[in-house]
Design a protein. Structure first.
Length: 465
């Protein structure tokens, strides 16, 4: 025997030993592929229902695979949340259930650690979705992973009202941390989102979730207490337009009502009602002590990218109220948006000028020029204090006349702090027709700060009076 081994170098011996161990390991791993897994079907169904709280039925065929780790592949089966016939939610194919390797040798003591589903269409209605919510709140389960799948919700008219893409979903109970978790990376209303939900297993009335949308950049952080079934209460932090908004709320089966925080230190607040049947919004969002450029830039950027790209089921109004604006000229104001038929429109607006009057946008639209996007609006300035107007803009006495209204066309590059005005007139609007085809005729006066704007207004007074 020693003579045989002396014929090989050290490297060759190591290679032979390594190959022998590796080959033996492959043989051990492949032995379960010889088993008759049709005898495992009933045990798998029973164990999955016990450990995961879901029902598998009509399993057609089972295959064994050991890469990347030992698992069984279920060729096709029906997936339900209850023993009722109408609780079927999907018919997955080629799904994986992960089992401890040596457990496969114990036909009467099979353990399932994880289920992985891929390319599955999940179909829910009101009844099956309520079953899922009950499973979410009441059951403890081992890990379920869903990849590259779709969620369909059918309403009472048997119409598919909601479709969500589930790129990556993870759903499990963690007994070490005493938490149940649901994590979803997906797409809803043509918008990518990230959803993280958790529940305290020691107190199932306490839950938390975070929901983040990419476009528009919108984030929700929520804490909820459901101990009172008739009036569930929670606290919500919303991050929108670079503002953080904290609010308490309560809800029932008909509506969600937001109660704004009563603190002067809060940058933003939210109040109003969301009706659930039918779904509609009527919200007031307060934004305090913000720079005027930040307000304009945030509104125009988000308005442009979402004005014709919202979900058809989003209807109602959102009013943004601005208080204590950080600017020497502007004090406060509001802009009200209406959402209807997949579009967002400006319903109403007003901006107060300190001790002078207020500004109102009469008409507005976006247009593209040389690859850049501009917002333009026909502005009406209502003057309530002429003397202050003349003083603030240093209008010479000889050029002063009675002014009740000032009209002008305002433009802004939405990506830059560059503004322009044109067609300025006093008391009556100019004869210029506010249409894009006429904009190449405008004599624009450009500015990038309020000192230059002030100078332009003064020159117009001098020129036209």
């Amino acid at each position: 025997m020693r003579k045989i081994f002396h014929k090989f170098s050290s490297f060759q011996l190591v290679f032979i030993i390594f190959f022998g161990v590796f080959f033996s390991f492959l043989i051990i791993l492949s032995i379960p592929s010889l088993f008759d897994y049709s005898k495992f079907i009933k045990k798998i169904e029973t164990q999955v229902e016990s450990d995961f709280g879901i029902r598998l039925s009509k399993i057609s065929k089972i295959k064994y695979r050991f890469v990347p780790s030992p698992h069984l592949v279920l060729e096709k089966f029906d997936l339900s949340l209850d023993e009722k016939k109408d609780s079927l939610i999907a018919s997955p194919e080629n799904s994986k259930i992960y089992v401890p390797f040596f457990n496969l040798y114990k036909k009467n003591d099979l353990t399932v650690n994880k289920i992985v589903l891929k390319n599955v269409n999940f179909n829910f209605n009101k009844e099956t979705f309520n079953l899922f919510l009950n499973h979410l709140m009441q059951n403890q389960n081992k890990k379920v992973i869903i990849k590259k799948s779709k969620f369909f919700y059918t309403n009472h008219k048997n119409q598919v009202s909601t479709i969500a893409v589930l790129k990556d979903l993870s759903y499990f109970s963690n007994n070490k941390s005493n938490q149940k978790k649901l994590r979803i990376l997906g797409n809803l209303f043509d918008t990518n989102f990230n959803f993280n939900w958790s529940m305290d297993l020691n107190n199932k009335h306490l839950t938390n979730f975070e929901l983040n949308f990419k476009k528009p950049n919108l984030n929700f952080e929520n804490k909820l207490n459901t101990s009172n079934k008739n009036k569930k209460v929670g606290s919500l932090r919303t991050t929108f337009l670079n503002y953080k908004i904290d609010a308490d709320y309560f809800y029932n089966n008909k509506l969600i009502k937001f109660i704004p925080e009563k603190t002067n230190k809060q940058i933003a607040s939210i109040g109003g009602v969301i009706e659930l049947k039918p779904f509609s919004l009527d919200l007031d969002i307060g934004i305090n002590e913000q720079n005027i450029n930040s307000i304009i830039n945030s509104i125009l950027y988000n308005y442009y990218f979402n004005k014709e790209n919202i979900h058809k089921n989003l209807n109602g109004t959102i009013r943004l109220n601005f208080e204590d604006i950080k600017n020497a000229y502007f004090k406060s104001g509001y802009i009200e948006f209406e959402m209807s038929d997949t579009k967002i429109n400006i319903l109403n607006n007003n901006l107060k000028i300190r001790n002078i009057g207020n500004i109102k946008m009469l008409k507005s639209f976006f247009f593209e020029q040389k690859g850049e996007i501009f917002f333009t609006s026909l502005i009406e300035l209502n003057v309530s204090n002429q003397d202050e107007l003349f003083r603030r803009f240093s209008i010479p006495i000889k050029n002063r006349k009675k002014v009740e209204k000032i009209f002008l066309i305002f433009e802004k590059n939405i990506d830059k702090n560059i503004y322009s005005i044109s067609e300025l007139s006093f008391n009556e609007p100019s004869e210029f027709e506010f249409k894009l085809k006429n904009f190449n005729l405008l004599d624009r006066k450009t500015f990038d700060n309020f000192q230059k704007f002030r100078k332009i207004i003064k020159e117009e007074f001098v020129l036209k009076n």
